[in-house]
Design a protein. Structure first.
Lengths: 304, 304
């Protein structure tokens, strides 16, 4: 059973509006534009975190992060949001799309999304990675912006997790607690409030918040096309990345980092296939890399 | 300007029929089933080699190799051929399809092709490579077959050729002789009769035959999605591969080899990203690998 785990994502920053005051109905509507729905919510003083049928939505007073996977059309949620809040209040926009496993199953391609964006927004399109391999398409608003000091984003996108972890995660009927304990979230994410969902027959999504910090993880454990994404604004020095890689042992992974230094975070045993780096005109410094486990022996092809 | 260089390919072996006697009209018809056409032909005592609007067709007395690229539907040519010659005469069939850059632009996917094949042919489907990266799908007929001794195939699929070679190859108005001389075919392929075609505004296809030996090369030189394929049944010890890699200096390449030992052919400077190996039930030993230039410095993303 194939599920397209590869995500689309946008993060916007507005001025002169309190995004949290827009209310649950507004956000239900926003999410529905992508073809997804809100499953549950946790909130603290800084942030509302929504778990979606396909990934996650985080809302702070001045910023909003939305991530969707599957066959969703995130671009429509973004257009809706900007139209409703007003483009004159937009300070920063970054819209990203990871290359999909099966692009022919998607309703739109990144170039289609761009056409819609460019009708209202003056922006720049950058391709991190190689067109014929793993890559991440990024569009940003061409408005000078100075990120605040702790505005750091780190994405870890993992492919082909170990047989042990896949075997565990595709077992049906897990409780959320069993999966939390498998990932040892209590130790890795101390102080975070966790909200999660186990999908049928398998698959797992998790949002976690602590003040204005967030983490989100989405697990597509199917054999032969397993994919797990982890994203956070925690500083990477915390070493949660090594912990997660130790548990899932992916055959390969991408990193996409905004204003984070990734030089010393690649664990022993992984080599880089490619690295891309750019200081965006809109203020952020972005690093993209693909890493893989060196393995000198040949594998056998998969019989289908 | 994007062109899908990634190829589909089949090689069939029949008994009790002289394929060369089927005539030009038959082959025009066969090729048209894929949505392609015959541009020109060279022949010798062993083989007819047709250059197509999208790749190549080689016909020997008992075997036939057809390769097409772009948006062609090679599966329909294969179905037509088997129906006309008769499945009872089929001794061996290998149908391959390289993952495409843009699968959403293709009329069919490999799984669609398989459905058609499986209606008439009992076969096995193998996936060489990772689903989310470079891979080569292979279907073979489940009939025991013993390849003759010099039935060796070697495919070299090159990505992101050097700027120098791309600059030269996208220059418009080249004569075939200029491109032959760029590749130094006279030295690399001594004794071969060459038939080639320069496309508008650029792009190049070449067939070469010498007795029952063939080579074929197809060049999609566009920047940012350049792709060059070279395929032959010459034994790899000839070292033509090192010569071609020296000229094109691709950032990465795949090898797909049938009954050829590829252990010692990877030039210094390239590392393996993955290797797959399998002895097929139908007799051939297949090796697949993806190799890339190690480069420790980060690149800049491409602005589009």
């Amino acid at each position: 059973m194939f599920f397209e785990g590869s995500e689309k994502k946008f993060e916007v920053i507005f001025s002169g509006v309190d995004l949290r005051s827009l209310g649950l109905d507004f956000y239900r509507n926003l999410v529905s534009k992508s073809g997804a729905e809100i499953l549950s919510q946790v909130s603290n003083e800084e942030c509302d975190a929504f778990l979606l049928s396909e990934s996650s939505l985080f809302v702070w007073k001045d910023r909003l992060l939305m991530i969707t996977c599957g066959k969703t059309t995130l671009i429509h949620s973004l257009s809706f949001l900007i139209e409703r809040v007003g483009i004159e209040k937009l300070e920063s926009l970054i819209f990203q799309r990871k290359n999909e496993y099966y692009s022919h199953l998607q309703e739109t391609r990144f170039v289609d999304d761009l056409k819609i964006l460019k009708e209202t927004i003056d922006g720049t399109y950058l391709l991190f990675g190689n067109e014929h391999e793993h890559h991440n398409c990024l569009f940003h608003y061409n408005k000078p912006y100075k990120p605040i000091e702790d505005d750091k984003t780190f994405e870890l996108l993992m492919y082909d997790i170990s047989e042990t972890s896949s075997d565990f995660l595709i077992r049906e009927g897990h409780s959320p607690e069993e999966i939390r304990s498998f990932f040892d979230f209590e130790r890795i994410l101390p102080g975070f409030e966790i909200n999660d969902h186990v999908f049928e027959p398998y698959g797992y999504s998790m949002n976690a918040i602590n003040g204005d910090r967030y983490c989100t993880m989405h697990v597509t454990p199917q054999k032969h096309c397993s994919y797990v994404s982890f994203e956070t604004n925690i500083a990477i020095e915390g070493n949660f990345m090594a912990d997660i890689l130790k548990i899932l042992v992916p055959e390969s992974f991408d990193i996409m980092a905004f204003d984070q230094d990734i030089k010393n975070v690649i664990p022993v045993g992984y080599s880089d296939r490619m690295k891309f780096s750019e200081k965006l005109d809109c203020g952020y410094h972005v690093e993209f890399g693909h890493y893989f486990q060196r393995n000198n022996s040949a594998k056998r092809p998969r019989k289908i």
